[in-house]
Design a protein around this ligand. Structure first.
Ligand code: NAP
Length: 309
């Protein structure tokens, strides 16, 4: 602010207003990016159908009556329908034995009309998840949980990629965020998210640090990161003071907070004031997982039929 001096001389600065800079991150719209990917897959499926007269098919196996699993399965089947992928449901009651499920997997493995097999987890306690997942033929393992596919991923030879971390990479790419040369911190080392995310980020030439429940000074490590992938499973674990200004934040978490609200692993309100890009929950990584499952089903179909890109 400026005012005239009593002697009529030139105005001088008489007050300085302290300006508080509030950075607001760009929101990465996972819902839109996932819809774009599903549209691209649908177009390719339609083209392939014209060319070879068949569409990819995904067998969706649900064992038991877990309500959350039923919702996940319904969403996956809906995505298949929308894209033109044939979904074939196998709903088994929780009373079925491990042997029953293994028999079903065997018949799906040998069914030439089935390109991908998805077994919804968790399975009832009397069935070994590891045994069932390892029974799926690697080339039909669209979740990418089979040890052969995990190995191929670490050798940088995988054509089927684990859906959630592959979705993370797509979000970064399609938001124009450079990965190469960046310092990336992953919080969480699960087989489904954290560990495969290490491989995928490493393949893109990021320098990767992984944090877990025994890591010291997580805040310090996060504070140095250009990209943070939070897959810890604790509501609003990553706080604003753990994040470097301008960092990119990908929130994989899906949690209910004390009020029962769906929240991620990132304290969105405070972190979004520091970050340059951030994914919301819901509407960030979540929709990408199904989109990448559809992509894997299409890839499996093409590989099995010897169709080149
Ligand atoms: P998980 O198997 O429970 O793994 C959690 C990881 O976080 C573990 O590696 C654990 O370390 C680490 N951790 C736990 N407490 C910690 C702490 N206090 N400090 C640092 N690290 C800690 O979980 P997940 O399957 O990877 O899932 C993570 C989150 O992502 C969950 O909220 C889940 O619902 C969500 N998710 C979302 C999608 C999606 O499609 N959006 C898909 C999968 C998962 P240790 O290894 O030392 O125990």
């Amino acid at each position: 602010m400026f005012g005239l001096c009593q002697n009529g001389s030139l105005p001088i600065k008489i007050n300085t207003i302290k300006k508080e800079i509030v950075l607001t991150a760009n929101i990465i719209d996972g819902k839109k990016i996932a819809a774009d990917i599903r549209k691209e897959i649908a177009e390719e499926v339609a083209l392939l159908n014209k060319k070879v007269g068949v569409s990819p098919a995904l067998a969706v196996v649900l064992v038991g009556e877990d309500p959350a699993s039923a919702v996940y399965v319904r969403n996956k089947k809906r995505a298949c329908e929308e894209i033109g992928i044939r979904s074939v449901s196998h709903d088994l009651s929780a009373e079925n034995s491990e042997a029953d499920l293994l028999k079903l997997i065997d018949s799906l493995n040998n069914d030439k009309e089935i390109n991908g097999i998805l077994v919804q987890l968790p399975l009832p306690k009397h069935i070994s998840e590891a045994k069932v997942l390892e029974a799926i033929r690697p080339e039909k393992d669209v979740d990418c949980f089979h040890p052969v596919n995990v190995g191929l991923l670490s050798l940088n030879k995988a054509y089927l990629k684990p859906c959630t971390p592959a979705g993370v990479i797509e979000l970064l790419d399609r938001s124009g965020i450079k990965i190469e040369g960046k310092d990336a911190v992953i919080i969480g080392r699960s087989n489904i998210v954290g560990k495969p995310a290490i491989q995928l980020l490493l393949q893109r030439n990021a320098t990767v640090t992984v944090c877990h429940s025994k890591t010291k000074d997580i805040g310090e490590k996060c504070k140095k990161a250009d990209i943070i992938v939070a897959a810890v499973g604790i509501a609003e674990f990553l706080k604003g003071n753990m994040v470097k200004e301008g960092a990119v934040i990908i929130d994989v978490g899906i949690n209910r907070n004390a009020e029962g609200k769906l929240v991620g692993d990132v304290a969105f309100d405070e972190v979004s004031k520091v970050a340059s890009y951030i994914t919301p929950v819901p509407g960030g990584v979540g929709p990408m997982t199904i989109a990448m499952l559809m992509k894997n089903t299409l890839t499996a179909f093409k590989v099995q039929r010897g169709i080149k890109d």
